[in-house]
Ligand binder design. Sequence first.
Ligand code: SF4
Length: 268
Amino acid sequence: MNPVIYVPKGAAFEYSPLAANLYRGCSHGCRYCYAPSILRMKRDAFAEGVKPRAGVLEQLAKDTKRLAARGEKGPVLLCFTSDPYQPAEREHGVTREAIRILHDWGLGVRVLTKNPAYAVGIDMDVLVEANVEFGVSLSWTDDASRREWEPDAGTVPERAKALAAAKLADLRTWVSIEPVIDPAQALDVLDLGTVDVFKVGKLNHDREREARVDWRKFLADVLAKLEGRDCGYYIKHDLWQFADKRMRETFPRERSPESVGLSGGEGV
Ligand code: SF4
């Protein structure tokens, strides 16, 4: 088997210097998902035939030992082409085991999920033990919109509640606001008060919808909203390219939570 831990290419690298995909397929059914095309799978097969990649934990352990031996600290993001806490995890527990392996060998772990209620419900012990950077993908405040676009993922209230639980457990929390399909709702997500870092992107791979949004205004609104807030943020390159001279002179593209007085380690 090829290495499971890899260096993400292009925009994905903005999420993490290393990543691992544990499952083949994902049952969350997001309408905008482009993982099936990356994996050259039919959408139906991608959604219905979910299973752990063959030999994934054995290979992950080998990769982890090799990286640890050369002093690599990660973090490793779980996952890009599947959700680490989709329902199949209940049966297989590979995410849980992967976190343990990475942590045992001294590599940081960064999770990104649309089903965080499940994560904090069954894995809080291992998330806390490994001091996981707990990321939730959320671009909606209206659950009807979420249902339309991400029909089988966690609900908006579930995601917000899980973030609060993770924060209460002293985990570093982050939210990925991407893809931005409804800019007004994406802006409202910034009002969640239990988040250490917001990562804000835009919409890609949908030229028609992208063309209808004034991305410069969206970015200006995002920065204005974040300006007085006590959280960190990171504006993704594809959105930052819309920054005008005033924005570039006034705002950093990235702000750490530590710089605004929040505790936490290296990260997101
Ligand atoms: S959670 Fe991610 S991998 Fe799963 S369907 Fe949605 S976009 Fe695709």
